[in-house]
Design a protein around this ligand. Structure first.
Ligand SMILES: Nc1ncnc2c1ncn2[C@@H]1O[C@H](COP(=O)(O)OP(=O)(O)OP(=O)(O)O)[C@@H](O)[C@H]1O
Ligand SMILES: [Mg+2]
Length: 372
């Protein structure tokens, strides 16, 4: 293992599928993933998170308690990774913890974003200085607070000889446009739903966490009229900077549209939701790039071969690969980005990109919670 300082990135995304923990060093120009672990989230905690993602009764008590529970769960994940890597807390310079988003409202008169998973608990239980609450400073400066990963994508994957798009398909999908033209600023935004609506539909009707390999979607028929209804969502015509979440692409939005399609087979709806993800992603990429550019896929959606086949077909003029090709496992990219954000903050360096989020300027992000 490299003798450089080690950082840990902690990520629990909108899919609420697992806590991702990456052990990362920064030997030279690039980040190096030294270890990766996915920590399970207990079913009841998954339910509690999902319930808090929609407005409901007694939210302050529920959010307060879950903040503690998640702080403990994130600490457990870190300690297990350390155990597996035969390391101790003293070996780690800092943790970068994204937290669990329970509300993201970038377009209110007083915009806010809320991630929980108490960083004081993490710092206390692990004995490691923890950096958290990365999005708030960007929002304070008029930004969307999201996406934050494009700055890391540029640091890690930029190639001056070709234009690259990094496509992360998590619960929500986001792209980073890494242009080889030095005159072009870094761009990046959420394209819309990634897995979140497909996950909701398969959980509701087949009681499965996700549509493994997209098999259920593959068995259905695409309904083009329904697809156009989905694509009519106002988010798709907004221009960047923009970010979204489960508030906008929610089960209630889906139910409202589906009320006009009562007799449509459930598998056809899954097929059409898969096409919504593929179409909204490919349209966003085509609007900002040229044929022949490279698209590098990461996130859990990269494991859904039917979804990947649909994206590849819609982007047949592009070179589609995964980030595995550049040495970072598709599942580890986001957690690695938060280790990098902690590294940036601990070195008094900026973490956001104003050209991406719309903030006034690049800033040092997050709050630092000292160890011990
Ligand atoms: N074998 C598979 N087949 C189909 N879908 C899969 C498979 N493996 C993972 N997925 C999908 O990937 C999702 C998890 O992806 P990921 O962890 O990247 O999302 P996330 O937690 O929302 O992350 P983030 O918000 O950081 O982008 C699962 O909920 C599921 O929908
Ligand atoms: Mg995840």
């Amino acid at each position: 293992m490299s003798s450089d300082l080690l950082y840990i990135g902690l990520m629990s995304g909108t899919s609420v599928d697992a806590v991702d923990v990456a052990l990362v060093s920064f030997p030279q120009e690039k980040a190096k993933v030294e270890g990766f672990y996915e920590h399970p989230i207990p079913t009841q905690v998954q339910r509690d998170i999902s319930e808090l993602c929609q407005p409901g009764y007694n939210e302050i008590d529920r959010a307060g308690e879950l903040d503690q529970v998640l702080g403990e769960l994130f600490s457990e994940a870190v300690l297990l990774l350390l155990d597996r890597q035969k390391l101790s807390s003293k070996d780690i310079h800092a943790i970068g913890s994204h937290g669990q988003t329970i509300r993201h409202r970038p377009r209110l008169q007083h915009p806010f974003t809320l991630q929980i998973g108490n960083p004081s608990v993490i710092a206390y239980r692990t004995g490691i200085t923890t950096v958290a609450d990365f999005r708030a400073k960007d929002m304070a400066a008029g930004g969307q607070g999201a996406p934050l990963v494009p700055a890391f994508h540029q640091f890690q994957f930029f190639d001056q000889n070709k234009t690259r798009v990094i496509l992360n398909v998590g619960g929500i999908a986001n792209i980073s446009l890494l242009s080889s033209n030095p005159k072009h600023h870094l761009l990046g935004f959420d394209t819309g739903p990634g897995n979140t609506l497909m996950d909701y539909w398969v959980q509701t009707h087949l009681n499965q966490a996700y549509d493994n390999d997209g098999e259920w979607a593959r068995s259905g028929q695409l309904n083009k009229i329904l697809l156009e209804d989905f694509i009519g969502h106002q988010y798709f015509c907004q221009s960047a900077p923009k970010s979204t979440g489960r508030e906008e692409f929610s089960s209630s939005w889906l139910k409202q549209i589906l009320s006009k399609y009562e007799n449509l087979p459930e598998k056809d709806i899954q097929r059409t939701l898969c096409e919504l993800t593929a179409r909204s992603i490919s349209t966003a990429i085509q609007q900002h790039t040229n044929k022949g550019d490279e698209v590098l896929l990461c996130g859990g959606g990269a494991k859904n071969s039917f979804l990947v086949a649909r994206i590849a077909s819609l982007l047949s003029d592009y070179a589609l690969e995964t980030t595995d090709k550049l040495g970072i496992d598709v599942n580890a990219v986001e957690a690695t980005a938060f280790a990098w954000l902690a590294y940036r903050t601990m070195n008094s360096l900026s973490g956001n990109r104003a050209s991406v989020t719309g903030a006034d300027r690049d800033l040092i992000l997050g709050g630092v919670y000292p160890a011990g």
